[in-house]
Design a protein around this ligand. Structure first.
Ligand code: GLV
Ligand code: MN
Ligand code: MN
Ligand code: MN
Length: 417
């Protein structure tokens, strides 16, 4: 570990980072201590503006690309060298916590400041990045910004996606970009030397094992589907069961059959039906339409492929009088981070005297896509009881500072101080 890496890590200011995290959490604050700061919303724009204010106050250089991914550069000694990227997302779940995403962004800002405070110059520039719409709860799917950046998808694919209020992504994006008119524009897919993302674990392992650092080795793959069951609405009091085309009942039969098929005695596979929409959604009417979502995850690409590919047939078999349509709207690869990056993160934790373990990520992250573009890795910190996507999400000031020190040291080690 270069001496400058440890010197820079000592520049991490626990109180500054914590104060900022808490100030950020006031934007979109909801009862219970959480946040509702969904992608490209007014609150998302306010959070971006606050970040830009903090960046400019310190002389760093903000910029933005056409999909709203926001960057903040701390210049390197070699202006032509590709940057090291570090960051995460500022959008949240509708009843999300204060740390998911926001921690990785505040950790990145703290890295830039720690480098400046410690007087450490890096060969490569270091760019903070905020990826647009990682959560996918307002505009599905998630990880749009990192998919667009890495060329996995073109922005046109999603411009017409609507939120529940009928607002198109194109409009919300235009409003977000209009709110940052003075920022220079970056292009997608510029060369990146390495990408490292800090994040809360979103699971219970580090806390249970009393380890402050997770050295992330891989991210399991995921597939998202939408299943639409179409029947016919009818009067609840008069229509005999055998004459009904009840979309909800047949969707429930499909979900039951899927649950049986997805049952994994080893509890590795993750199958979740997280959303169910009904039409007309009325107390005394048979459902004409039931649409539900499937989030399927597994670390083995062959299992993920086979299980996901069977969904359509299982749903079709469960239908009695209704029609069913299954569409996939997200496919996240199973990712293994390069050993060199994993080793660097581990060596940083070691050099800083922080207990750690190598572990896979059950949640997906923008790093899932960046890993296809440049050498990538992640640092996890513990979160209370493993709770995330929940207003009760919590990580201690000490743990978030520890993760940021590891992130800082890793970045200096990778960017050649
Ligand atoms: C990311 O938010 C995920 O669902 O894993
Ligand atoms: Mn996240
Ligand atoms: Mn999340
Ligand atoms: Mn996420």
């Amino acid at each position: 570990m270069p001496a400058d890496a440890l010197k820079a890590a000592q520049g991490v200011d626990k109180n500054r980072q914590w104060t900022r995290l808490m100030e950020l959490a006031e934007i979109g604050a909801i009862p219970g201590g959480g946040v509702n700061r969904q992608s490209l919303s007014t609150e998302d724009r306010q959070a971006r503006a606050l970040l830009v204010k903090w960046a400019l106050a310190r002389g760093f250089e903000p910029s933005v690309d056409d999909f709203g991914n926001l960057y903040v550069r701390r210049a390197g000694l070699n202006p032509d060298a590709p940057p090291i990227l570090t960051g995460s997302h500022l959008d949240s779940q509708p009843s999300g916590g204060r740390f998911d995403g926001a921690y990785g962004v505040m950790a990145a800002l703290e890295v830039l400041e720690a480098l400046s405070d410690a007087g450490v110059e890096t060969e490569h520039p270091v760019d903070l990045v905020v990826w647009t719409n990682e959560e996918g709860s307002r505009f599905a799917p998630g990880a749009m910004g990192s998919m667009v950046f890495t060329g996995v998808a073109s922005p046109q694919l999603w411009l017409d996606v609507m939120d529940d209020e009928g607002i198109a992504l194109s409009q919300a994006l235009a409003e977000t970009l209009e709110a940052m008119p003075e920022l220079p524009r970056r292009s997608f897919g510029f060369p990146v030397h390495a990408y490292i993302e800090a994040h809360i674990e979103q699971g219970p392992i580090l806390e249970a094992e009393q380890l402050p650092i997770g050295v992330v080795t891989s991210i399991q793959g995921a597939r998202w589907f939408t299943v639409t069951v179409e029947g016919e609405t009818a009067h609840a009091g008069t229509t005999p069961l055998k004459l009904r085309k009840d979309a909800l009942q047949e969707a429930l039969a499909a979900i039951q059959a899927l649950n049986a098929f997805m049952n994994d005695p080893e509890d590795v596979l993750r199958f979740t039906v997280g959303r169910l929409d009904l039409e007309p959604n009325s107390h005394n009417s048979v459902s004409a339409l039931c649409r539900f979502t499937i989030d399927l995850r597994h670390p083995d690409p062959a299992v993920l492929r086979a299980k996901g590919d069977a969904i359509e047939t299982i749903c079709a078999k469960a239908m009695r009088a209704c029609a069913v349509q299954v569409t996939q709207n997200l496919g996240l690869p199973c990712v293994a981070f390069p050993e060199a990056i994993v080793d660097t993160v581990q060596a940083s934790a070691q050099a800083l005297g922080l207990g750690h373990k190598r572990m896979p990520s059950g949640a997906f992250h923008d790093a899932s896509f960046l890993a296809q573009h440049c050498p990538s890795g992640m640092v996890f910190v513990p979160c209370a009881k493993g709770v995330s996507h929940n207003v009760a999400e919590y990580a201690t000031p000490e743990d978030v500072a520890g993760g940021t020190r590891v992130l800082t040291a890793s970045i200096v080690a990778l960017s050649g101080a």
